[in-house]
Design a binder for this molecule. Sequence first.
Ligand SMILES: Cc1cc2nc3c(=O)[nH]c(=O)nc-3n(C[C@H](O)[C@H](O)[C@H](O)COP(=O)(O)OP(=O)(O)OC[C@H]3O[C@@H](n4cnc5c(N)ncnc54)[C@H](O)[C@@H]3O)c2cc1C
Ligand code: FES
Length: 294
Amino acid sequence: MPYKILEKRELGDSDILFEMVLETPLIAKKARAGHFVLIRINETGERIPLTVADYDREKGTITIVFQVVGKTTKLLSHQNIGNEILDVIGPLGNAIHVEKIEDPIVIVGGGVGIAPCYPQAKELKEAGNKIITIMGARNTGLLFWREKMRAVSDELIICTDDGTEGIKGVVTEPLKDIIKREKVAYVIAIGPLIMMKFVALTTNGSGDLPKVKTYISLNTIMIDGTGMCGGCRYPTLDGQIFHACVDGPDVDGHTVDFDQLLKRATRFLEEEKICLDAYDHACQALEKYKEENM
Ligand SMILES: Cc1cc2nc3c(=O)[nH]c(=O)nc-3n(C[C@H](O)[C@H](O)[C@H](O)COP(=O)(O)OP(=O)(O)OC[C@H]3O[C@@H](n4cnc5c(N)ncnc54)[C@H](O)[C@@H]3O)c2cc1C
Ligand code: FES
């Protein structure tokens, strides 16, 4: 059954970040923070995992937010309101655990990772928790959902690498100040692998800062999303192997072997480039044809 795109908007000021609302009544009924969906745009398309960034059970919709990084996310960005996506499978993965805790929870979102932080902050806040959110991006043009995040946070800290908005610097700087300043229940970090690695290093108790339990969201390559293909296998520091799709995607960041994960993330670089070049070439040929014949 195809799934209609009901809303589409560009986020930030970057041309690479998009938000879409999809008509998915059955998924919306069950969706929770932490869940993701697998999307296949058309018959010949590959499946890609995207987090459920918001859901509306009454309207029967979910919201996805994506960054254009390769062929499939570019093809998705070329879809418009009213178009249909062939497959949206989900909700997949484990929802987060929600309970009221005495100490504050710190949520750290980097780049497009800000979007998956939103439902987590929302559900934890609704349960009565104190939420401190840190949002970071390379520059102000890559930031989005400031007001949405503010609405579900008791404190919101914004930082940019180049200082064009908020604190100049990376997300681990305000994180260090917070865990020095007060007792924190746990940290949730979602963003690029390298950001999550440094958040986990900040909170692992190895320096002069206290150890704070830290959950990170694994963004490995995924194919079936049900634990069978092995595409999302990830190693832990003690040598065990898990599957991000069924054991995660949110896992204890202090157990993850980030260096192995970073290596695995680049294993299809050449194929991904060939795919994107072929798609760009086809788009250019189509534009030329339209110019000459329409
Ligand atoms: C559980 C889960 C949830 C995700 N949620 C989101 C989301 O909400 N929004 C979003 O924008 N992205 C999300 N991702 C990442 C997204 O799936 C990839 O960006 C997408 O598959 C890339 O497909 P592509 O064909 O456009 O690029 P490809 O051509 O496949 O890859 C291009 C480049 O993008 C990078 N890349 C590829 N796969 C990933 C990946 N899994 N994670 C990070 N970088 C990658 C690599 O640098 C690669 O070289 C999620 C990943 C997982 C596993
Ligand atoms: S995506 Fe296939 S095992 Fe996880």
